[in-house]
Design a protein around this ligand. Structure first.
Ligand SMILES: Cc1cc2nc3c(=O)[nH]c(=O)nc-3n(C[C@H](O)[C@H](O)[C@H](O)COP(=O)(O)O)c2cc1C
Length: 331
C-alpha cells in the first residue's frame, strides 16, 4: 500500500472505528481544588503566552494528523484557518510522503493562510535509519515554512503496521547530531504510548527542545494499525497492547517531578479545557489535541473554531476558579 493510501485509510479508521485506548488518560486521577475567592475579574483571565518565539492566545496546540496530500491537504487547510483565527499553534502530520514521492508536488504555502502562528513540521524519527538525512528534515521544514521540527517516536505503531519501519537502533546519536546545528528547534513526540522520565531526560540531553509526551488515553495506534491490517492473527497478537502505554497525566507528572527543567507538551486523550488546565498545573506548557479535531475539521473552519473555542473557554474558567491540582484521595 502506498503512503498516500495508508494515510487516507488511517483517517477513515480514526473517524469510523473504535480506536480509543483501553486505558484512561489519567486526568480523572486528579481534581482541581476549587477557589471560592478568586480575587480577580474573570474578564481579566488570559491564556496568552509565547511558543517558538510567537505570541499565542492560548496554550492549545492542534497536533499532528496529516501532511497531505488530497484529503489531508483539505483537513490541514481548515485546521490552519482555525489556528490562524484563534492564534494558536498548528502541527503538520508526517511529511514523509513529500520526501519520498516528490512527484506529488509541494503543499499549499501555509503562511498564506496563517502568517504568524507557530507552525511545526513533522517526520518519523525512525526514518533517520531509513535513508532520511539532515537535508530531508530541512526540506520538511522548508516546504511547511515551519518554526520547529516535530519528530515522532512510534515503535509500537511501526511493529503493528504492515511493512512498518522497525529498526530503532542507534537513533539517539542521530537525533543528537541533527539537533547540533539544525536551524530550528527540534521537538519530540510519541503518538499515544507516552514518554518516560528517563527517555525524556536522554532526549533533552541530546539537544531536543521540548517533549510532547503524547501519552496513552486517547488514540491507540495499535488499534488503528490492527484494523488497517484486518487479519485475525494480527488482532490476536495486538489485543494485549490495546491498553499499552504510560497515561498522559502520569507522563507529565513523572517527568516534571523528576526533571523540572524539561519543557513539556501534554497530549493524548485531551478532550476538554479542564483537562488542559490540569495538564498545565501538572507541569506542561501546552496541551495538544489530535483525533477529536478530525470531525470538526471535516465540517469546516467555523465548526473547528467553535470546537476549539469551547475548549479554550473551559480552560479560562478552570483557571479562574483553581490554581491547585490534587491527586484524588489526597484532598
Ligand atoms: C488521523 C491521525 C493521524 C496522525 N498522524 C500523525 C503523524 O503523521 N505524525 C505524528 O507525529 N502523529 C500523528 N498522529 C498522532 C497524534 O498527533 C497524537 O499524538 C495522538 O493521536 C494522540 O492524541 P489524541 O488522543 O488527541 O488523538 C495522528 C493522529 C491521528 C488521529
Amino acid at each position: 500500500m502506498s503512503i498516500v493510501s495508508r494515510k487516507k485509510n488511517h483517517i477513515q479508521i480514526c473517524l469510523r472505528e473504535d480506536v480509543q485506548s483501553e486505558i484512561p488518560s489519567g486526568f480523572d486521577d486528579y481534581r482541581l481544588e476549587h477557589k471560592a475567592l478568586p480575587e480577580t475579574d474573570f474578564a481579566d483571565i488570559s491564556l496568552e503566552t509565547e511558543f517558538l518565539g510567537r505570541k499565542i492566545s492560548a496554550p492549545v496546540l492542534i497536533s499532528s494528523m496529516t501532511g497531505g496530500p488530497d484529503d489531508g491537504n483539505r483537513i490541514n487547510h481548515v485546521l490552519l484557518e482555525a489556528a490562524n483565527e484563534l492564534k494558536i499553534p498548528f502541527a503538520f502530520g508526517s511529511l514523509r510522503v513529500f520526501i519520498e514521492e516528490l512527484s506529488l508536488g509541494k503543499i499549499e504555502k501555509p503562511r498564506k493562510i496563517a502568517p504568524d502562528i507557530p507552525i511545526l513540521a513533522n517526520l518519523g524519527a525512525v526514518q533517520l535509519n531509513y535513508r532520511f538525512t539532515r537535508d530531508s528534515c530541512l526540506y520538511a521544514v522548508e516546504i511547511t515554512e515551519a518554526d520547529a521540527l516535530y519528530l515522532h517516536l512510534n515503535p509500537l505503531q511501526e511493529v503493528f503496521q504492515v511493512s512498518g519501519n522497525t529498526n530503532f537502533s542507534g537513533l539517539l546519536p542521530k537525533i543528537e547530531t541533527l539537533c547540533k546545528d539544525f536551524p530550528v528547534p527540534i521537538l519530540i513526540k510519541e503518538v499515544g504510548s507516552g514518554i518516560s522520565a528517563s527517555d525524556a531526560r536522554r532526549l533533552t540531553d541530546a539537544g531536543v527542545s521540548m517533549i510532547d509526551v503524547a501519552g496513552a488515553g486517547g488514540t491507540s495506534w495499535v488499534k488503528v494499525e490492527t484494523i488497517a491490517d484486518g487479519r485475525p492473527e494480527t488482532a490476536d497478537l495486538a489485543a494485549p497492547f490495546f491498553d499499552w502505554g504510560i497515561s498522559t497525566a502520569q507522563c507529565i507528572e513523572a517527568i516534571h517531578l523528576q526533571y523540572p527543567d524539561i519543557r513539556l507538551i501534554a497530549s493524548g486523550g485531551i478532550t476538554n479545557g479542564v483537562e488542559v488546565w490540569k495538564a498545565l498545573l501538572l507541569g506542561a506548557e501546552l496541551a495538544g489535541i489530535a483525533r477529536p479535531l478530525l470531525k470538526p475539521a471535516l465540517n469546516g473552519t467555523a465548526a473547528t473554531v467553535a470546537f476549539l473555542t469551547t475548549i479554550i473557554n473551559q480552560t479560562r474558567i478552570a483557571k479562574f476558579v483553581s490554581e491547585k491540582i490534587v491527586k484524588v484521595g489526597q484532598f
